[in-house]
Design a protein around this ligand. Sequence first.
Ligand SMILES: *Cc1c(COP(=O)(O)O)cnc(C)c1O
Length: 342
Amino acid sequence: MQKTDITKLVRKNILSLKPYSSARDEFSGSDGVFLDANENPFGELNRYPDPHQKELKTKLSEIKSVPVSTIFVGNGSDEVIDLTFRIFCNPGKDKALTFTPTYGMYEVSAEINDVELIKVPLTAEFQIDFDALENYLSDENLKLIFICSPNNPTANSLDNIEKVLQKFNGIVIVDEAYIDFSKASSFLTKIEQYPNLIVMQTFSKAWGLAAARVGMAYSNDLIISFYNKVKPPYNVSGPNQKAALKALEDKTGFKNRKSIILEQRTWLHNQLSGLAVVIKIYPSDANFLLVEMTDANRIYNELVNQKVITRNRHSVVENCIRITVGSPEENKILVNALKKIK
Ligand SMILES: *Cc1c(COP(=O)(O)O)cnc(C)c1O
């Protein structure tokens, strides 16, 4: 691979940006009388949080075996996605690409940033269509390729992601929101090898902290330095940093809950495969199943009438419903509700 010059991919205004320097940047000690940030001296949440989330990053760095300088923590992956557009894509000029059907935020974020998103359909097996991709790789304005693996909503892991990293000289973002439920290995180990790789992970799924809004980007020091430049100074709240740190400290709880979800995924798959309304269940590497129904719109509505809410994906994969693997009780309720539908 031609060595990618990352700085050439970054927008000029971002390269020359002088980032905001907060009170906590200018004095980072923890001991003293703090009269520097116009905080209120009274209360429990009265102080600004650590803008660099040092404690959280240190713990993540231990668990993931990567240096602290290669970690960015965002207000959910959604902030990471938005900042990625803002760092690399000139509005109205640059482009991004993804493989569809996939996570809807890449498109929304592209539109907000006035960036054209090229959608290359996945093959019938929900894998990357390299022949179709080839047509776009030499486009000078193509800056980003988003790869979601395991992919939402198709539930499978994508093969040959590394081939994209080798063929494309722009930035490749691998969204690993569901990696903890997958047999496939994480691309975190490839960060040193590919200077154009960004791996996204999140606390929202396997870690059970969707409410806390904590998502990560892992990459080389240089790329991470641009995220730190453009992020809002206090982008992850104090309580949310604490919640994430607490989750990381409970390794046993994490493992136990994950194994229940994986067992339930198999149980649900078995139960659903016997039902008259179910045509096909796609293999899942995630905490949800993509299920082809006899009539997704009708079945979705009949489930809603029974107060069971699933995600109707008929508009993106014909007659498919996406079902999150819930608790054993929730899954039983779903199966019983489906049994009542003819
Ligand atoms: C759920 C999900 C996320 C998580 O987003 P957060 O903003 O971190 O909650 C990221 N990517 C994909 C593909 C998802 O399905």
